[in-house]
Ligand binder design. Structure first.
Ligand code: ATP
Ligand code: MG
Length: 628
């Protein structure tokens, strides 16, 4: 009845090139989110179906029970017209002969069938609702786990708004399919089958005529499916674009208001909103065309069959009861066609959505965890530091030119290296390669001689910790935020870390001290304070390699000084990479690297470089002059 084509033409659910489909390229002035919708993730042919089956497989037994319940329910429902035919052709004549038995039997049978149908329906809804909820639970969990496991470069391309759309609207359309659509489909198929058989059995001629009328209906269904598939994929893309724009504008509400972007944003949002409405409207119209077309076919068929049947009753070749039953069956036969439309509707919508989810789930981390992890050598004695080597590393972002052309660097265990250089020189890129947010395009990054790619991810995360400018805080208390560095840390250890970094005073001054919720009123803390919390977190983690990328940039001079004093103890014995624009931060380093265009252009101790004539000396002189 329904084809199993799950995606649009060509096996791709993404139909941006389709004529008439709204483009999600919303033109100039659009935010960064829009670029990505144009190259939505590809889905392998059959991936959508495979996903649906893998979701249902875990509930095989219950799916079977649900199908059996529906089968019995259908049998009970379809017995009705047969009983009517029996009543007319047998019961009534017998009644005239004062034999009440057959009519009473029909009445009792009818009541029993109705009761059975109702009971089965109830049981079916109860069973299928549980399947649905479990499937959706499973799917949302899968999306979250999978998205979280994907590498940073994926998230730079695929916005959080689109992820939200996948786990809300797209999951919702699967819910509609499961809770309404599938029942419709099974009911429709069962009733088509059972009614056709009944009709053929009652009267082969009438039955054959009814079965023949399925041919144009089938063609209609195929046509609808093909056209609606395109429209629903476009609709899913359109709603994702709306959500992306919404999320982006609200996330960036400060710059939006600071730069008076509201009107531009309004116009842009309106455009996306309209595109979504347009997509919705076209899908509905397509559905309407299908419903009208199918009714036309159905009514023509019923009229033809009834005329022919009446002629045969008049000429005495057909019993009146049989014609009555046939008419009742025919009505039931074509009734579900509208419902089939509903099913196709939710099916197309869910197929488009599932296609997008399948595309997401098919993504593999670009920084995969090794199947055969190597152990790092045990640390000798007191020294927590490890040697870091960049061995002929080349690196380019997926969406840009080469950032590191060929990079070699050795940092002996326990040393502190400062990296300075102009904006865009590649300092943060260096840090991210060392923390393995990305893998080099060529060459290796080694930690105590072991390629980062050969380390188990937990060991790497323990070994290398990066503190950045953003200093992200999770919802929860200040203490919890620090404890992320080491979840089993005691309150004393948390406080110790905070004291070491000079964060204890401000934390103690918060309304509830360490138990202040950072997302609640009173817990709003400044950018510099956030950095201090992030610092304490990194300290508590006690890594072998600590990377500080502009980690003190939001602190005032006294705050930075306090952190610097703390760093003398904190960094002791540890390997550290300190990236900073403020040259005061650099003085604690054993060695300073000056980076330009992804290359090291100067390398030496702070005093060597300050005493020399290179870039760093110039920068340092300018900096000293600015202080006086
Ligand atoms: N996620 C990314 N995708 C594509 N290109 C990127 C990405 N991040 C950085 N780049 C590019 O890589 C180059 C180096 O960036 P990087 O962030 O390493 O510079 P930086 O030295 O840390 O600069 P800053 O001092 O401003 O922090 C820049 O030209 C930048 O445009
Ligand atoms: Mg940077």
């Amino acid at each position: 009845m329904t084809s199993t084509t799950t995606t649009g033409p060509g096996g791709r659910p993404d139909t941006h090139e389709e004529p008439g489909a709204p483009s999600d390229d919303v033109g100039p002035g659009s935010g960064t989110g829009d670029r990505f919708d144009r190259d939505d993730l590809p889905t392998a042919p059959g991936a959508t179906r495979a996903l649906l089956f893998s979701l249902l497989r875990a509930h095989r037994a219950r799916v079977l029970v649900a199908a059996l319940l529906l089968l019995v329910q259908q049998a009970a429902v379809q017995a009705g017209p047969l009983l009517v035919a029996y009543a007319i052709d047998r019961g009534v004549p017998a009644f005239r002969d004062a034999d009440h038995g057959p009519l009473i039997a029909v009445a009792v049978g009818y009541a029993l069938c109705s009761a059975a149908a109702g009971g089965m329906q109830y049981a079916f809804i109860a069973v299928s609702a549980r399947i649905n909820q479990d499937v959706l639970l499973d799917l949302r969990g899968r999306i979250f786990r999978h998205a979280q496991a994907l590498s940073v470069d994926f998230h730079e391309r695929y916005t959080s708004g689109r992820l939200i759309s996948r786990s809300t609207t797209d999951v919702e359309s699967l819910r509609e399919l499961l809770s309404e659509g599938l029942q419709e489909l099974i009911t429709v198929i069962l009733s088509f089958l059972s009614i056709s058989l009944m009709l053929l059995w009652l009267d082969p001629g009438l039955g054959a005529a009814a079965v023949l009328s399925f041919v144009p209906l089938y063609l209609l269904v195929r046509l609808y499916q093909r056209r609606a598939g395109v429209l629903y994929a476009a609709r899913s893309t359109a709603i994702a674009a709306v959500i992306v724009k919404f999320a982006e504008s609200m996330n960036g509400i400060r710059p939006v208001q600071a730069f008076r972007r509201e009107r531009v944003n309004d116009a842009h949002f309106e455009k996306l909103n309209h595109a979504h409405r347009w997509a919705n409207g076209s899908a509905t119209l397509e559905m309407a065309r299908y419903v009208v077309g199918s009714r036309l076919v159905a009514n023509t068929a019923v009229a033809g069959i009834v005329l022919w049947g009446a002629y045969r009753v008049a000429s005495g070749t057909l019993a009146l009861g049989v014609l009555a039953a046939a008419v009742l069956y025919l009505r039931r036969l074509y009734d579900p066609i509208d419902r089939l439309g509903m099913f196709l509707n939710s099916y197309q919508s869910a197929a488009a959505s599932l296609g997008k989810i399948a595309g997401l789930l098919a993504q593999t981390p670009s920084v995969p965890e090794t199947a055969d992890p190597k152990e790092l050598p045990a640390l000798p004695g007191e020294h927590p530091g490890r040697e870091v080597v960049f061995d002929s590393v080349r690196f380019a972002y997926r969406t840009g030119g080469e950032v590191l052309p060929r990079f070699d660097l050795t940092i002996p265990a326990g040393r502190t290296v400062a990296v300075v250089g102009s904006t865009g020189a590649g300092k943060s890129t260096l840090a991210k390669l060392l923390a393995r947010f990305y893998d080099p395009s060529e060459g290796r990054v080694l930690l105590d001689g072991t390629d980062l790619r050969d380390l188990a991810v937990p060991e790497l995360r323990r070994g290398v910790v990066m503190v950045t400018q953003e200093a992200f805080l999770f919802s929860g208390t200040v203490a919890e935020n620090i404890a992320i560095g080491r979840p089993d840390a005691t309150r004393e250890e948390i406080e110790q870390a905070a004291r070491a970094i000079g964060a204890h005073e401000f934390i103690a001054g918060l309304p509830e001290g360490y138990d202040t919720d950072v997302r609640k009123r009173g817990g709003r803390i400044s950018a510099g304070q956030r950095q201090l919390v992030a610092f304490a977190r990194a300290l508590l983690a006690n890594p072998s390699v600590l990377i500080l990328d502009e980690a003190t940039s939001s602190l005032d001079i006294p705050g930075e000084r306090a952190v610097q004093r703390a760093m003398d103890t904190v960094l002791h014995g540890r390997t550290a990479v300190v990236i900073a624009h403020r040259l005061s931060t650099v003085e604690i380093a054993d060695r300073v690297l000056v980076m330009e265009h992804g290359r090291i252009v100067e390398d030496g101790t702070p005093s060597e470089l300050i005493g020399g004539t290179g870039r760093f000396a110039g920068l340092h002189r300018a900096w000293r002059e600015s202080l006086t």
